[in-house]
Design a protein around this ligand. Structure first.
Ligand SMILES: CO[C@H](O)c1c[n+]2c([nH]1)[C@H](O)[C@@H](O)[C@H](O)[C@H]2CO
Length: 449
């Protein structure tokens, strides 16, 4: 590949990503059990506008239409997650065949349209029945998760050839157990490290189970955010080191290196447990790929008030920011891919999420949604990914976040990330300019960047 040639390796996998609770709706249909998000959204005051995923994008009923739309856009892959409580309403025990059948039919429809499925087993919607038993704080969850994964592997492996165990354990722990902004809404310095460790043990147990029953690929999806020190001061440098360990090394180091970053004890103090060696052996299962979710970077300063990492983000006045207040910084994707390449011996990587929420203009009379900022965001980040590949990173695919505008967790429907606009009153789907642009990129394997 020459510097100006932006074509990607042959068989590069171009697609989009979603997650179950954010798009499906019908959370309790056909015997499904409630998840912690079902409980969270129906607790007054926990989501903006009281928004819920009760309907969302109604994908549980419109899935055929959505697959056809992906095919019409020329998309080659689709990353989706399985709602654990649809398949196992109690989180363990009896399988709900109607729930399992939904995903089996979805996979068959994708394959019939030449679209490769990438399946995430857990994208934050833990069965409420398991949370009642302690959820990610109960060590038993490692085998609960492995048993659930086993059901999915036996049902779909072969049709699904790219599995991810967890989506972003950092967000689950930081949002759900440390700061409390996300389900299950805990706020505890002592619970957070325990949740992290049990998430990673569950990941390891599922990968171990896959090696005994699966024949294809399995990985872990992490959100990585490169940290750049705001100054050369010792305080800012130390804060940047802590922030990097907390968000980036805390999950990949145990999986690839068999240990947590030393900064974790500095951050959590007495709340940071020592774990048995056997746990680290379980966590350190060989992976076939890393799923990287990249959105932004952080210029980082010392911030004693920012408990417990004591690191703060410095606003960049000249930069463009998204509707979720994330700086648009494509170079951070190149840098993050280089960090993975160098620290973990260049493992295969799929970009499993990359995208932005911008204020989109309404659907025009001619049916267009002129989301120029999102087109520019995609162009620059796909270019940044190409630069990393040219430098030697083994990137195998790119899933734009997201196929559809959808339920943005505690922010509800206020933030739109989709390449396709959703009119939530009518459920009409309208491909935005970014969808048309991305179709051209996919059709040309990146040449039309
Ligand atoms: C902290 O940003 C994370 O990398 C991140 C961003 N996002 C995510 N993780 C989640 O995987 C999605 O469910 C979100 O909808 C999406 C957009 O917010």
């Amino acid at each position: 590949m020459t510097q100006h040639d932006t074509t990607f390796p042959e068989h590069f996998l171009w697609g989009t990503a979603t997650s179950a609770y954010q798009i499906e709706g019908s959370p309790l249909a056909d015997g499904a059990g409630p998840s912690i998000w079902e409980r969270f959204v129906h607790t007054p005051g926990l989501t903006i506008g009281g928004d819920t995923g009760d309907v969302a994008c109604d994908h549980y009923r419109r899935w055929r239409e959505d697959v056809r739309m992906m095919a019409d856009l020329g998309l080659r892959a689709y990353r989706f997650s399985v709602a654990w409580a649809r398949v196992l309403p109690e989180g363990r025990g009896t399988v709900n065949t109607k729930g399992l059948d939904f995903y089996s039919r979805l996979v068959d429809e994708l394959l019939a349209h030449g679209i490769t499925p990438l399946t995430t087993l857990f994208h934050w919607d833990l069965p409420a029945a398991l949370d009642d038993r302690g959820g990610w704080l109960n060590p038993d969850i490692a085998h609960w998760f492995a048993d659930y994964a086993d059901v999915m592997f036996k049902a779909l492996d072969g049709r699904v050839r790219h599995w991810a165990t967890l989506n972003e354990p950092w967000v689950v722990t930081d949002g759900g157990y440390l700061h409390g902004a996300l389900a299950p809404g805990h706020r505890s310095l002592y619970e957070a490290p325990i949740a992290t460790h049990h998430l990673l043990r569950a990941h390891g147990a599922a990968v171990q189970r896959y090696r005994s029953v699966g024949k294809h690929q399995i990985g872990l999806v992490v959100n990585l955010e490169p940290k750049y020190a705001a100054s050369d001061s010792a305080a800012d440098q130390a804060a940047t080191r802590r922030a990097h360990a907390y968000m980036n090394g805390q999950y990949l180091d145990p999986v690839f290196l068999g240990r947590y970053p030393e900064e974790m004890r500095e951050i959590f103090g007495a709340a940071w447990p020592e774990w048995p060696a056997a746990d680290h052996e379980l966590i350190k299962q060989k992976l076939d790929f890393i799923g990287l979710n990249y959105y932004t970077r952080s210029v980082t300063r010392d911030a004693p008030e920012a408990w417990p990492v004591r690191a703060g983000r410095v606003i960049q006045p000249q930069a463009t920011y998204t509707e979720t207040s994330w700086e648009v910084f494509p170079q951070g994707l190149t840098d993050t891919l280089a960090w993975i390449r160098e620290r973990y011996a260049n493992p295969p990587v799929y970009i499993t999420e990359n995208g932005a929420a911008f204020y989109d203009p309404p659907v025009a009379e001619n049916g267009r949604v002129a989301d120029a900022l999102r087109v520019d965001y995609l162009r620059k980040h796909i270019g940044a990914m190409h630069a990393a590949i040219a430098a030697g990173s083994d990137v195998r695919g790119y899933m734009a976040w997201s196929l559809l505008d959808n339920f943005e967790w505690s922010l509800g429907f206020a933030k739109r990330f989709g390449l396709v606009h959703i009119n939530y009153a009518t459920q009409q789907r309208t491909p935005k300019d970014s969808a048309r642009y991305y179709s051209r990129v996919v059709a040309s394997n990146g040449a039309a960047l």
